[in-house]
Write a protein that binds this ligand. Structure first.
Ligand code: 6PG
Length: 260
């Protein structure tokens, strides 16, 4: 039975980014002390930009032994790495270059491959090898960062897609209803095998999806893919700003300080 999610509500997007960055560093210190490596899967979208800026900023850029950090991606749009919609491209500009992360510590999905299913299989093989998890074992990340779409999607697990039901594969090719159509994504079991899963959600446009993800009783409602994210034994932490949390009962009852 997975633990209940931890919900942390921040005043605004900036505080959310700063608090998430502090947690990132703390988890990194724990992982590198325990195993010598910090294996993190980055999410896509725009919300993580603030986190990446905080990590590369003067307060935190020296706080983690970056050569001990291995960066993966929980999903990718099927575009070249230098495309403006590439999740790798955004992380490269805002995190890897500023921190001078060496290429051998960055494992991107081949969004440029015109055969997404082949790219998915190749990334799956890469994960099994890099995280020493031959089938049927599941690789375990120290941290998986996730965002949330207004339709309740996370990574590239979109409502109504077969990817939601996948329980064998680690990575699959799928499609998105808007934006870049072809995607590559972790499946729910890979994410749920992580030691820590952190959602970063900001903005009033996400408030309904947050409520449906966290408060609607039907545990794994396929219409809300984020409800599939329940770590086996790891921590599940939701970083929300006040606007994203505005429909939550706990927020309405005013029982939450600026950070819970
Ligand atoms: C992607 C992401 C996706 C994202 C959400 C939130 O590749 O688009 O993985 O799941 O995290 O759509 O995106 P924003 O942070 O841009 O709101």
């Amino acid at each position: 039975m997975s633990a209940a999610p931890e919900i942390r509500i921040m005043t605004d997007r900036q505080e959310l980014a700063e608090e998430a960055a502090e947690l990132f560093v703390w988890l990194g210190e724990q992982a590198t002390t325990a195993s010598g490596r910090f294996r993190v899967a980055l999410s896509g979208g725009t919300t993580p930009k603030g986190l990446y800026a905080a990590l590369a900023g003067p307060d935190l850029c020296t706080k983690l032994a970056w050569p001990h950090v291995d960066f993966y991606f929980s999903d990718e749009r099927c575009v070249p790495p230098d495309h403006p919609d590439s999740n790798f491209g955004m992380a490269n500009e805002t995190l890897f270059r500023p921190l001078k992360i060496q290429p051998e510590h960055v494992f991107r999905m081949a969004g440029e491959d015109n055969r997404p299913e082949r790219a998915a299989l190749q990334y799956e093989e890469l994960l099994r090898k890099a995280l020493q998890a031959p089938a049927p074992a599941w690789p375990s990340f120290d941290l998986v960062l996730l965002g949330l779409g207004e339709d309740g999607h996370t990574a590239s697990l979109f409502p109504g897609t077969q990817a939601l039901d996948e329980r064998e594969r680690l990575v699959v090719a799928t499609t998105a209803p808007q934006g870049v159509k072809n995607r590559l994504t972790f499946t729910a079991p890979v994410i749920n095998n992580a030691r820590a899963i952190v959602f970063l959600v900001s903005g009033s446009s996400k408030a309904t999806a947050v409520r449906l993800a966290l408060e609607v009783p039907n545990q794994s409602d396929p219409r809300i893919p984020a409800r599939l994210i329940r770590p086996e034994t790891g921590r599940l932490i939701w970083f929300l700003d006040r606007t994203a949390a505005s429909e939550l009962t706990i927020a309405k009852q005013g029982v939450v300080s600026h950070e819970e």
